[in-house]
Design a protein around this ligand. Structure first.
Ligand code: IPD
Ligand code: CA
Ligand code: CA
Length: 250
C-alpha cells in the first residue's frame, strides 16, 4: 500500500539520520545561540535537517517542507507537508544526555496524517498513520488506563518564553500534588510518545511549535489518547500553541 511504503522509506531515512546524531563530534565549535533563553542550534541540527529535506522530498517531490532550522517557515495548507524537527532536545544533545529525537510529521490537506519520532540512543522508533494505530518498533502501543492520581505527569518548561516559565512550574506543582510525581525530559516529542506508550499519563507545555508536536500528537491520538491546547481547542500546524496530551481519562 502506498502509505506504508512511505512509512518504510521515512523510517529508513530517519534511522540513517539518527546515526548522524550518534556519531556527532559535539564540541563547543558546533553550537550557535538563537533568540530566547538557552536556545541553541548546532551544526548537527542543520545537518540532519538538510539530509531530511533532501531525502524526504525525494519520496514526495511536491510536498511543502517545514523544518525548525529554516529562516522562514512555509504555510501548511493543501496537499502534503513535512513538518520536521531535526533534533528535538538540542540542549540534551549538547549535554550528551541521550534524550533527543528526530521528529517527522506529514500533513495532508492541513491535517496530521503520519508521524515518526525516533530516539536513536534507545533505537526506539514511534510511528503512526491516521486511523491505523500507533507503534513502537513495529509493535502496537496504547495509552495507559491509570487515573491521574496513579499517574506520572511530564511537562515542558516553555524555556524560550520567559513569560510562561512561572506558570509552567505552578501547573507542574499542581499536577505534582494530584499525581504520583512529575518529570521533565527535555524533548517534547519523546514526552508525547511516552504518553502514547503508557509510560506516563499526561504531558503539558504552555507553548510548543508545530515541529515539536506534529508527529508526536498523532502518535498519542492513534494510541488512544487525547491531545488539545490548554483551553481544550485543536492544535494548529501553522503557529505555536499550548499542548496537553492525556490518556483520555483526565
Ligand atoms: C524543545 C524541547 C523541550 C521543550 C521546548 C522545545 P528543541 O525543542 O522539546 O523539551 O521544552 O519547548 O522547544 O529546541 O530542543 O528542538
Ligand atoms: Ca523541538
Ligand atoms: Ca529542534
Amino acid at each position: 500500500m502506498e502509505k506504508n511504503e512511505w512509512m518504510e522509506q521515512i523510517t529508513d531515512i530517519v534511522r540513517a539520520c539518527g546515526e548522524i546524531i550518534l556519531q556527532a563530534d559535539r564540541g563547543k565549535g558546533c553550537i550557535d545561540e538563537k533568540a530566547g533563553h538557552a536556545n541553541f542550534v548546532t551544526t548537527y541540527d542543520r545537518k540532519v535537517q538538510q539530509e531530511l529535506q533532501g531525502r524526504l522530498l525525494e519520496i514526495l517531490p511536491g510536498a511543502v517542507f517545514v523544518g525548525e532550522e529554516e529562516d522562514r517557515h512555509a504555510a501548511v495548507a493543501e496537499g502534503y507537508a513535512f513538518i520536521v524537527d531535526p533534533i528535538d532536545g538540542t540542549t540534551n544533545f549538547i549535554k550528551d544526555y541521550h534524550m533527543s529525537a528526530i521528529s517527522v510529521g506529514l500533513a495532508r490537506d492541513g491535517e496530521r496524517y503520519m508521524g515518526v519520532v525516533y530516539n536513536p540512543y534507545l533505537n526506539e522508533m514511534f510511528t503512526a498513520v491516521k486511523g491505523q494505530g500507533a507503534y513502537l518498533n513495529g509493535e502496537p502501543i496504547h495509552v495507559s488506563s491509570e487515573p491521574l492520581s496513579n499517574g506520572v505527569v511530564l511537562f515542558g518548561t516553555a524555556p524560550y518564553y520567559e513569560e510562561l516559565n512561572r506558570r509552567s512550574f505552578e501547573m507542574a506543582y499542581d499536577y505534582f500534588k494530584r499525581a504520583l510525581d512529575v518529570r521533565r525530559s527535555g524533548s517534547a516529542a519523546l514526552d508525547l510518545c511516552s504518553v502514547a506508550a503508557g509510560r506516563a499519563e499526561l504531558f503539558f507545555e504552555l507553548r510548543l511549535c508545530p515541529w515539536d508536536f506534529a508527529a508526536g500528537s498523532l502518535i498519542v491520538e492513534e494510541a488512544g489518547g487525547k491531545v488539545t491546547t490548554a483551553e481544550g481547542g485543536a492544535l494548529s500546524l501553522n503557529m505555536p500553541c499550548s499542548v496537553i496530551a492525556t490518556n483520555g481519562l483526565e
